[in-house]
Design a binder for this molecule. Structure first.
Ligand code: GDP
Ligand code: IMO
Ligand code: MG
Length: 431
């Protein structure tokens, strides 16, 4: 038995939440290792919908330990709003089933303010961030001025850290012509939230190491997608963390050898929220239909997602940079009823053929997809739970995708419901 890391293989919203929830039945511990509440993960269990942003998607099952790892940027106010929402849905989140890394960096109210101010200042060149303060919080982390969870327990040092942080931020705010942050107000807010947060705080790397040594199964839950990775994505239209599988180790405090099988999640077509290049985007009736059938609206911001054909060139690339061993192909049902389907097999950029998306933003923006056309199917695949329930042309579509991305399909998803899932091979049983 091995551990499993789940990562998005496109631009996010691939259905990671559903797959992590489904896989968590087989896991003992689920750990989030990057991102923050920019993530929006949807679980549908027996008709009830749960929307998670910061909490690991195993939290809805009883008897599983959820961990928010050191690689996550944590907004404590958002965390308690989410815990409260789940409590209203009958899910208890307590220090018994949730632990938070003491070395995780905090997202403060000033981070989301700055995020929004900067987006406004960029005008039409905006990234289209979720406005949650993710970028500014990670910047403070690498600049070594972040307030971390462990700082909350030491008031004199917290006060010094707040001063150092505000020295930077207030200078920035003055430059932007925005009101400065009041030191006392921030300190007071932190002191107020601390007693609620502390019961959850732990040395999570040690807990994970103990779990690993006991032979417990660990499920690493990625947020966003590999094309939003700050190194490997469509920079600068990316998020501010590494979303590749290597980050599962870094962001949880285990060695890379503990990560195990890497499962990439990809939709059977492509979507993206926010700005940035998207070679197979369809700004026509087909794109509109995909969005409508796939209910493509962001969980966090409610923005409509941009839609397009499956880009096998892109996923082949993310499979490689992300060290993906197998794919969970989701939303196959959204393609029901299309007479024919297109799949991108390469790009043409200023007349030259490419088998990958180059790093230059100008080249990415100019990339024109080279398509292969496949036969569609008129039957419904929605809710299928075995290969036998899929029409032959749908199976052919899946097989062709496997060939093009050079990776096998481990799981198939045919509706938002937890159990509408086809297991091809068990990631936990691999190797
Ligand atoms: P995540 O961010 O990767 O967890 O994905 P989101 O939850 O943001 O977006 C995926 C959306 O697709 C959610 O509304 C899911 O309920 C839904 N979904 C997941 N798998 C399937 C599927 O196989 N078919 C359909 N129709 N919807 C799905
Ligand atoms: P899940 O986990 C889709 C996008 C934003 C924006 C860019 C930067 O649900 O798949 P940020 O707020 O992170 O600085 O925004 O990244 N983005 C996502 N897109 N799914 C997500 O998460 C995303 N998280 C961030 O739309 O383009
Ligand atoms: Mg999402």
């Amino acid at each position: 038995m091995t551990n499993v890391a789940v990562v998005g293989a496109q631009w996010g919203d691939e259905g990671k939440g559903k797959i992590v929830d489904w896989l968590s039945e087989r896991a003992d511990v689920v750990v989030r290792f990057q991102g923050g509440h920019n993530a929006g993960h949807t679980l549908v269990i027996d008709g009830t919908t749960y929307k998670l942003s910061l909490l690991p998607s195993g939290v809805v099952r009883s008897g599983k330990l959820s961990i928010i790892g050191n690689g996550v940027v944590l907004d404590p106010w958002a965390l308690f709003r989410e815990i409260e929402g789940l409590r209203e849905q009958g899910v208890a989140v307590t220090p018994e089933n949730l632990l938070i890394a003491e070395n995780a960096a905090l997202i403060l109210p000033l981070h989301s303010k700055l995020d929004l101010l900067r987006e406004e200042a960029r005008g039409p060149a905006k990234i289209g961030t979720t406005g949650r303060g993710i970028g500014p919080a990670y910047e403070d982390k690498v600049a070594r001025r972040a307030i971390r969870v462990c700082d909350l327990t030491d008031l004199p040092s917290l006060s010094e850290r707040v001063d150092a942080l505000l020295l930077h931020h207030n200078a920035l705010l003055r430059g932007l012509g925005a009101p400065e942050i009041d030191r006392q107000e921030l300190l007071h807010a932190l002191i107020e939230i601390t007693p609620r947060l502390l019961p959850f705080v732990a040395n999570t790397w040690q807990r994970l190491d103990a779990a690993r040594r006991r032979g417990d199964r660990i499920l690493f839950e990625g947020a966003q997608g590999l094309m939003l990775d700050v190194d490997h994505g469509t920079y600068p239209y990316v998020t501010s963390s590494n979303t590749v599988s290597g980050q599962a180790a870094v962001g949880s405090g285990l060695g890379v050898g503990s990560v195990g099988y890497v499962l990439g999640i990809t939709k059977a077509y492509t979507t993206r929220v926010g700005s940035g290049p998207f070679p197979t985007e369809l700004q026509d009736e087909v794109g509109r239909l995909l969005g409508e059938r796939g209910r493509e609206f962001g969980v966090v911001t409610g923005r409509p997602r941009r839609c397009g054909w499956f880009d096998a060139t892109l996923v082949r690339q993310t499979v490689k940079v992300g060290g993906i061993d197998g794919i969970a192909l989701t939303k196959l049902d959204v393609l029901d009823g299309f007479e024919s389907l297109k799949v991108c097999t390469g790009y043409r950029i200023h007349g030259e053929a490419f088998d990958h998306l180059p790093a230059s933003p100008a080249a990415q923006a100019a990339a024109e997809p080279i398509y292969e056309t496949l036969e569609g199917w008129s039957e419904s695949t929605r809710g299928a739970r075995s290969w036998a329930q899929l029409p032959a042309t749908a199976v052919k579509y899946v097989r062709r995708i496997e060939e093009l991305i050079e990776t096998p399909v481990a799981l198939l998803s045919t509706s938002p419901e937890r159990e509408d899932t086809i297991l091809v091979h068990d990631p936990f049983a691999a190797r």
